[in-house]
Write a protein that binds this ligand. Structure first.
Ligand code: GTP
Length: 675
């Protein structure tokens, strides 16, 4: 336990979040660059060499191509390990974004210093709110005309309902942006010729710096008792005391420290890294549902991403919550109930891959050689099985037909779908009248899958319009439905007779056999079951998949020569269809739990609109200064909601939705669907 505690205080598992174009990629690249270069400077003892290297690297560009990249940063003489987790760029609600938010302990949110807080930044911010991810902010692009730190801070306060702490003041502006004043230390950071240099605060900023430092200490004291005591006692708190208080408040998501700079011009990145170490939580600071990370406890780890590394091939990225992951050992995949052998374990750096023999609780590493484990599954000690993430993937509620252009595309489609399914178990593929239909959890989810199919796997295909995945079920029980299947044309005939009952159940399909005394030979019973299951795929109203039916096989008859598996399968299927027709079949539609976040003045129009969409408002609430509406709305009414909500709220409303349940389609709507 003590080893874990000692090492984990120096680990930061963080993500960088931003809306498109704020500079997420540039900032991440600079972080990887400066953390790499800091080691090199140590090696060559020559700043100039490092700067040459910087220029080369800048020309070439480092890109993050990994789900988690490890780098190191030293603050106050202690080296820290930063695992930078790549959070997907798309802002809508998807399992992948959620999973990344789940494995990281803290985040840096990047804003564009000119545009400030844009609607999309609100979405990103609210997602992090939902998961209680502590954040620091980086106001980027301070070198651009019109960049304004204080306006951005005001927007963080008003639009996002956060308590921002102004940690720095910019030195110079636009093309003349030179660096920042660090209000805690009272020193200035500047970058003449890209060289990070710490100097005295310029005289013309000294007064401002004093005022803003006082304001900073006051805000922190308002929220932190320890600092308040010092403050009231008239003692000027030391930088260490201020750091400690800000760390406590940031980890508790009470305040959000704000930094600024220009990633593109290499200004402000090193102080941002200091802040990541100083203020963002270590795995020990985070109150996870899985308890305190402990190396001596049984293993539990979550696979959160599978990707193909250009050097190593297929890698599974895992976050270890407890115990140790050891190369060569075996672990239980508790979701699939299968043993897996842990292959080589790696840390992925910007330029190289470092093999490590094992990794402990709180860490994020890449594992080679996992054959069966897919995204979202748990690896654990076989004697202590746990499942970290519920794998209860909701039924795909929306589908599109995909039609490959050529035979070659058809083959590539097969490969693509297999690979994508490994990475993301939340989508499904089925055949429908010779067409490949893929089902997913939302419009965007399908869009991303199709983009990847086209780009990564070069599948050229026509794609149909997304449509709702309806279901059918029955409303009342029916007994004693007989079907005799008999054919006599020349040679061997076909003969099978069955009597079944059907009744509604919660969901899925069940088969009960009550035939006794060999009235149907035992080997044919599974054929009746199979026939009914086949018939479940095509409902009697609109041809959609059925759910919620129990079939009981009551009686039957056979012929010693003409009966066969095929004959009983056909009889089962026909009897099932007949029974369902008599059992008051109805059409079901997916209903989504929708959560809309809106500024107060738009609440009325958003609720009115939800009602018009056949929605049922379940309640309203407040989070971080914005209003929240929770409603249950049929998915078919939610197509295009992103744009409509934007229009209704001047772009400031955001929403998330997830599958809730299937509900009966009202008769008037069902008629328009041909039921
Ligand atoms: N002037 C200026 N431009 C910047 C700065 N940081 C990034 N940019 C530019 O802004 C654009 C977007 O930057 P990216 O880093 O690609 O932004 P992103 O948020 O990763 O965007 P996506 O990859 O599209 O999500 C690029 O043209 C960058 O060169 C900065 O500090 N100053």
């Amino acid at each position: 336990m003590t080893t874990t505690v000692r090492s984990l205080t120096t680990v930061r598992n963080i993500g960088i979040m931003a809306h498109i174009d704020a500079g997420k990629t540039t900032t991440a690249e600079r972080i990887l660059f400066f953390t790499g270069v800091s080691r090199r400077i140590g090696e060559v003892h020559d700043g100039a060499a490092a700067l040459d290297f910087l220029k080369q690297e800048r020309d070439r560009g480092i890109t993050i191509t990994s789900a988690a990249t490890t780098c190191h940063w030293t603050v106050d003489g202690t080296e820290h390990t930063l695992n930078l987790i790549d959070t997907p760029g798309h802002v809508d609600f998807t399992i992948e974004v959620e999973r990344c938010l789940r494995v990281l302990d803290g985040a840096v949110t990047v804003f564009d210093g000119v545009a400030g807080v844009e609607p999309q930044s609100e979405t990103v911010w609210r997602q992090a709110d939902r998961y209680g991810v502590p954040r620091i902010c980086f106001v980027n692009k301070m070198d651009r005309a019109g960049a304004d730190l204080h306006r951005c801070v005001g927007m963080i306060r008003e639009r996002l309902g956060a308590v921002p702490l102004v940690m720095q003041l910019p030195i110079g502006a636009e093309a003349g942006f030179e660096g920042v004043v660090d209000l805690v230390s009272g020193r200035a950071h500047v970058w003449p010729d890209d060289r990070h240099t710490v100097v005295d605060v310029p005289a013309d900023l000294a007064e401002d710096a004093r005022r803003w430092r006082a304001a900073l200490v006051e805000t922190v004291a308002e929220h932190d008792e320890e600092l308040m005591d010092l403050y009231l006692g008239g003692t000027e708190p030391s930088p260490e005391q201020v750091h400690a208080a800000i760390r406590r408040l940031t980890v508790a998501s009470v305040v959000t420290p704000v930094f600024c700079g220009s990633a593109y011009r290499n200004k402000g990145v090193q102080p941002l890294l200091d802040a990541v170490v100083r203020y963002l939580p270590s795995p020990l600071d985070v109150d996870t549902a899985h308890g305190v990370p402990d190396d001596d406890a049984p293993l539990s780890a979550l696979a959160f991403k599978i990707m193909t590394d250009r050097f190593l091939g297929r890698l599974t990225f895992v976050r270890i919550y407890s115990g140790r992951l050891v190369s060569g050992a075996s672990a239980l995949n508790s979701v699939k109930a299968r043993k897996e052998r842990i292959g080589k374990i790696y840390r992925v750096h910007a330029g190289d891959r470092e093999e490590i023999g094992s990794a402990g609780a709180g860490d994020i590493v890449a594992v080679m050689g996992l054959k069966r484990t897919t995204t979202g599954e748990t690896l654990c000690d076989a004697d202590h099985p746990v499942i970290l993430e519920s794998m209860d993937f909701p039924a795909p509620v929306i589908e599109v037909a995909v039609e490959p252009t050529s035979k070659g595309d058809l083959d590539r489609l097969g490969v693509a779908l297999r690979r994508l399914a490994e990475e993301d178990p939340s989508f499904q593929v089925r055949e429908d009248g010779g067409q490949t239909v893929i089902g997913g959890m939302g419009e965007l989810h399908l869009e991303i899958l199709i983009d990847r199919m086209k780009e990564e796997f070069q599948v050229d295909a026509g794609v149909g319009r997304p449509r709702v995945a309806y279901r059918e079920t029955i409303r009342r029980p029916v007994r004693d439905v007989d079907h005799l299947h008999r054919k006599q044309d020349g040679g061997k005939g076909q003969y099978a007779k069955v009597r079944i009952a059907v009744e509604p159940i919660e969901d899925g399909y069940e088969f009960v056999n009550k035939v006794t005394g060999g009235r149907i030979p035992r080997e044919f019973i599974p054929s009746v079951d199979a026939g009914c299951q086949e018939a479940m795929h095509t409902g009697v109203l609109t041809g959609h998949e059925m759910t919620g039916v129990r079939v009981t096989l009551l009686d039957g008859d056979f012929h010693p020569i003409d009966s066969s598996e095929l004959a009983f399968r056909v009889a089962g299927s026909m009897a099932f269809k007949e029974a369902v027709r008599r059992a008051s079949p109805v059409l079901l539609e997916p209903v989504m739990a929708v959560e809309v976040t809106v500024p107060d003045d738009h609440l009325g129009s958003v609720i009115g609109d939800l009602n018009r969409r056949r929605g049922r408002v379940e309640g309203t609430g407040e989070r971080a200064g914005a209003r929240i509406v929770r409603a249950l709305v049929p998915l078919s009414e939610m197509f295009g909601y992103v744009g409509d909500l934007r229009g209704m709220t001047s772009g400031r409303g955001v929403f998330v939705m997830e599958f809730d349940s299937y509900a009966e389609v009202p008769p008037s709507v069902a008629r328009t669907l041909g039921a």
